[in-house]
Design a binder for this molecule. Structure first.
Ligand SMILES: Nc1ncnc2c1ncn2[C@@H]1O[C@H](COP(=O)(O)OP(=O)(O)O)[C@@H](O)[C@H]1O
Ligand SMILES: [Mg+2]
Length: 356
């Protein structure tokens, strides 16, 4: 890539092959800094467990699924994920700008997008709106969320076919829109955060109200989410409503997003150093074949995982997800090895899937 001041400079370069200098690429100040304009984690009272899970998700690039009653703060938590992620670097900012440009969504007067995208499409959005398509083909929400966060609130309300396609997008990290004249490829490398009520009425986990749902209705509601999609989300968390007393509490606010982000950035640097030979940036992307070599798990932590696999009847995929999450927790803690307490924390983000 070469920077040019104006069109005549480009034409001169094309004619003569000279006059443009790659070293003149501008350094973005945002490369090192974060604008910190979004909502802050400090505004969330209590929910220490959910906040920790959000930090782990941010650090390892893991998908996260919150299940809890209305008003428990799921949306509030989701909106704070972009603020925990490192600032976009220059190549990423270019990619994001290109996708939004292709969608005709660049804000007037803004040449370059600098913030990580946060997209929260409604469950009634069209398939093309979500995944991309139309004539001429345009990127959908999954691509507008590229290098950022895709939030799917009320996940069971989304169309099943669309969720199945989403599973494929999560794997390929891009969308191919086929057309008679050729196909269009849009990038779609986003971090997924999803939320759902625990049951149709919403109050199954709540202490404030009684749940009115029958067991059969709850089972039907859960079945709307395909196993294979949930199986590709690394962290699962039940989010109980915070008691009013705690919400009114005058304790000092919690840790600000910037402080958490500093730990996330440090953990990501460790992952990048480790994953570079594989072209992998985050633990969430670690290929199955590389897991044993990359996740240095102690014998004790492996035994713990083995017992959990039996007890929770985890699939092989589920067990591998746990290894990736455990690696991320170790990276947050600055630990070279995954020891048993770290594995135990990772297991906690899986158990909710069974209990909640
Ligand atoms: N832990 C919390 N700390 C501070 N405010 C909260 C908390 N949980 C809920 N709230 C308040 O309740 C409102 C609803 O939260 P929301 O995130 O929309 O819940 P959900 O998405 O789970 O239905 C928020 O706008 C906020 O004012
Ligand atoms: Mg909500």
């Amino acid at each position: 890539m070469l920077p040019a001041d104006d069109l005549p400079a480009v034409l001169r370069y094309l004619a003569t092959g000279a006059g443009l200098d790659p070293a003149a690429l501008p350094d973005l100040p945002e490369d090192a800094e974060h604008a910190d304009t979004g909502p802050d984690l400090a505004e969330i009272r209590g929910q220490e467990r959910a906040k920790r899970a959000l930090e782990v998700a941010a650090a390892g690039g893991h998908g996260i699924f919150f299940r809890g009653p209305p008003g428990s703060g799921k949306t509030m938590l989701a909106r704070r994920l972009p603020g925990l992620l490192p600032a976009l670097d220059f190549p990423e900012a270019l990619e994001v700008t290109r996708v939004h440009g292709a969608a005709g969504r660049l804000p007037a007067g803004q040449a370059m997008l600098r913030d990580r995208p946060f997209r929260a499409p409604h469950h009634a959005a069209s398939r093309a709106g979500l995944l991309g398509g139309g004539a001429p083909p345009r990127p959908g929400e999954v691509s507008l969320a590229h290098r950022g966060v895709l939030f799917l609130d009320e996940l069971p309300e989304f169309d099943r076919g669309t969720l199945e396609s989403l599973r494929q997008v999560l794997e390929e990290r891009r969308v191919v829109v086929a057309r008679a004249g050729g196909s269009f490829v849009f990038p779609a490398d986003f971090q997924l955060i999803a939320a759902a009520n625990p049951c149709p009425c919403g109050y199954r986990l709540s202490q404030q109200r009684d749940c009115r749902c029958t067991d059969a209705a709850v089972a039907r509601y859960r079945q709307r989410l395909s196993g294979p999609l949930l199986d590709r989300i690394d962290l699962h968390l039940g989010v109980p409503a915070v008691a009013w007393r705690e919400l009114l509490d005058v304790r000092p606010p919690g840790e600000p997003s910037g402080a958490v982000r500093a730990r996330v950035v440090a953990a990501r640097e460790r992952q990048q150093a480790r994953g570079a030979p594989l072209g992998v940036r985050t633990n969430a992307e670690l290929p199955d074949a590389a897991l044993d070599a990359m996740v240095d798990a102690s014998a004790e932590s492996r035994a713990l995982l083995g017992r959990a696999v039996e007890k929770l009847r985890l699939s092989a995929r589920g067990a591998r997800r746990l290894l990736r999450v455990a690696r991320t927790i170790a990276d947050l803690e600055g630990e070279a090895r995954v020891e048993a307490p770290i594995m135990a924390e990772a297991l906690g983000y899986r158990r909710d899937e069974v209990d909640a």
